[in-house]
Design a protein around this ligand. Structure first.
Ligand code: AMP
Ligand code: MG
Length: 347
């Protein structure tokens, strides 16, 4: 069984030393960040990074985000950083913000999937920062889950699927944000959001930058189409049961009526509904699980992956998920749910 370190109350120095030794000897550690749990290894060690791909079953063409704890680390593996990129890092680090920078070519090829760029993030989580700082090396870490499945936001949800595939789990309790970082790439002076997250388009715009959502944030990748980020073409975030995303409307009666009509027209199926707290009572004759308040999208983002995993334990043929407004962090939630539902959208 993989070793579990309990850092929920506090970081224990002697155990942090053990974790550092695992990383420095080329091992793999699951650890918390403020977004989701990561599965990390020394980014400078090719064999260690290979173990992440094996543990996750991750496609080799999907590059990893490199996590750092200070700006000196950045200089080791990037080059030609522009003023705009510097401003963005200063503003949003440490935080749920990944920026694609020019690589200086020193990292192993499996970290960058052979690209001449590298995704970098400084997480805003004391456990993550302590592990990186103590190990004194950048840590490559994708989300801790088997590829294609919902990301892990607590150890309980991911223990069985990663047990014995990693050297250790570091338990820091529930992650705060619950969905992965915003990923951006600066293209001349325009900031292109490749993956939305807690740092929103509105947050970047407020700094006075030109910013856009990449067209593949909400559209599937067609055969032969050029993409900015290899991860865009892979299956993501999906539970093992069929899910359908209900588009948000401000008028709640429209959502409720669409739901009821769909269930009625599919009476041969046993349908479950992941609904807003406010709709639970209105839908009480159905199989419902609440996902948080429609007035508190941060609560929904922190719950969503656990909820997507929990529906696998029920005997339903399919689940409808109530969608949120596509603004702020809602854009990120809808990006994940659109993919989790394989672009099956109910309007
Ligand atoms: P995750 O697996 O959750 O860590 O997701 C990392 C995301 O960042 C994936 O969608 C990757 O394709 C993307 N990514 C990482 N490095 C790069 C890069 N150099 N260029 C473009 N996208 C990247
Ligand atoms: Mg992932």
């Amino acid at each position: 069984m993989s070793k579990v370190y309990d850092f929920k109350g506090n970081i224990k120095d002697n155990e942090l030393e053990e974790i550092k030794n695992i990383i420095n000897k080329g091992g793999v550690v699951v650890f918390p960040t403020e977004t989701v749990y990561g599965i990390g290894a020394d980014a400078k060690n090719k064999e260690a990074v290979e173990k992440i791909f094996i543990a996750k079953g991750r496609p080799q063409d999907n590059p990893l985000i490199v996590h750092i704890s200070n700006y000196d680390m950045l200089k080791e593996f990037t080059c030609n950083i522009s003023e705009i990129e510097k401003t963005l890092m200063d503003k949003f680090w440490p935080g749920p913000f990944t920026i694609i920078l020019n690589s200086n070519g020193t990292l192993p090829l499996n970290v960058t999937a052979g690209l001449n760029t590298v995704g970098v993030r400084m997480p805003d989580n004391n456990i993550a920062l302590s592990i990186i700082e103590k190990s004194n090396t950048p840590i490559a870490a994708p989300s801790a889950n088997i590829s294609g499945r919902p990301s892990g936001t607590n150890i309980n949800d991911i223990f069985d699927e990663l047990n014995n595939k990693v050297n250790a789990f570091v338990d820091g309790g529930e992650t705060n944000i619950g969905i992965e970082s915003t990923v951006v790439k600066v293209d001349k002076s325009v900031i292109n959001i490749l993956r939305p997250g807690k740092v929103s388009l509105e947050d970047i715009k407020a700094l006075g930058f030109d910013v856009k959502l990449d067209k593949h944030v909400f559209a599937d990748v067609k055969e032969g189409e050029k993409i900015e980020s290899p991860g865009m073409k892979h299956k993501h975030y999906a539970p093992s049961v069929k899910t359908i995303l209900l588009e948000y409307t401000e008028d709640e009666s429209v959502m409720i009526n669409t739901l009821k009509k769909y269930v009625k027209n599919n009476s041969d199926k046993n349908i479950g509904i992941l609904c807003f707290d406010e709709h639970k009572e209105l839908l009480k004759e159905y199989n419902v699980i609440n996902i948080g308040s429609v007035n508190n999208v941060l609560e929904i983002s922190s719950n969503i992956y656990t909820k997507l995993r929990s529906i696998e334990n029920f005997d339903c043929d399919e689940w409808i998920i109530e969608g949120v407004s596509r603004t702020g962090i809602g854009t990120a939630i809808m990006n994940r749910l659109t993919r989790a539902c394989s672009y099956n959208i109910l309007k």
